[in-house]
Design a protein around this ligand. Structure first.
Ligand SMILES: C[S@@+](CC[C@H](N)C(=O)[O-])C[C@H]1O[C@@H](n2cnc3c(N)ncnc32)[C@H](O)[C@@H]1O
Length: 197
């Protein structure tokens, strides 16, 4: 993980982004680990999902393959271009360029707001989480995948729980230490937090 970057820097990162095992999910073991995790954390299909800071769209496409309806948002035009190309004509998936902190998406419309490895780098994470709760349908849930990485960046699970609870949701934490998610052994803190009303 790296420190906070602007959209032009992420445009540059886009070309090699999928080379990381957990980004491209090219390794079938890693891909199945994420598919299985998301099936465990998400409501039954078909649910409507906002994937905020969607990058090259790998998770969004994985979810669309499970028949969820996914709207991906990313502020990097090059990430979005690659996500659109990756999804091709696959049904039930859209991508747009926009700010994950304040996405131009309909209110109270999403069963899930999903955000992996983005919240930690936003300028005002508390404001973003509060804004994301407005996107949730009454029984919707927020699924945040974050970490406090060995590089010294990121959010602890305790910090992520506090952000979710301060936005009025009940939070539960699922630690993600299994190398199957990352394509290698990890010794830092990686987790998912699920927030529900
Ligand atoms: C570490 S990548 C994670 C991508 C994707 N969520 C994943 O897990 O594969 C961070 C992504 O967040 C995007 N991003 C960072 N800040 C953003 C913001 N304020 N609005 C929208 N996208 C943002 C970057 O362009 C990049 O694609």
């Amino acid at each position: 993980m790296t420190s906070s970057r602007d959209s032009e820097q992420w445009d540059v990162e886009a070309e090699a982004f999928d080379e990381e095992p957990d980004h491209g999910l090219h390794d079938p073991v890693v891909r199945e680990a994420w598919r299985s995790l998301l099936r465990a954390l998400l409501p039954p299909i078909p649910s409507r999902i906002a994937d905020l800071g969607c990058g090259t769209g790998t998770l969004a496409l994985l979810l669309a393959e499970d028949a969820h309806q996914v709207d991906g948002v990313d502020f990097s035009p090059e990430m979005v271009r690659r996500a659109v190309a990756k999804a091709g004509t696959f049904p039930g998936i859209t991508f747009r360029v926009g700010d994950a902190s304040d996405p131009d998406l309909p209110a109270a419309a999403y069963d899930v707001v999903l955000c992996r490895h983005v919240l930690w780098a936003l300028p005002d994470p508390a404001a973003a989480v509060a804004r994301w709760t407005e996107l949730l349908a009454p029984d919707g849930r927020m699924v945040l995948v974050e970490g406090q990485w060995s590089t010294g960046t990121g959010l602890s699970a305790e910090q992520a729980v506090a952000l979710v609870e301060d936005a009025g949701l009940r939070a539960s934490v699922r630690p993600l230490p299994d190398p199957a998610y990352w394509g290698r052994k990890v010794d830092d803190e990686r987790y998912a937090v699920v927030g529900r009303r």
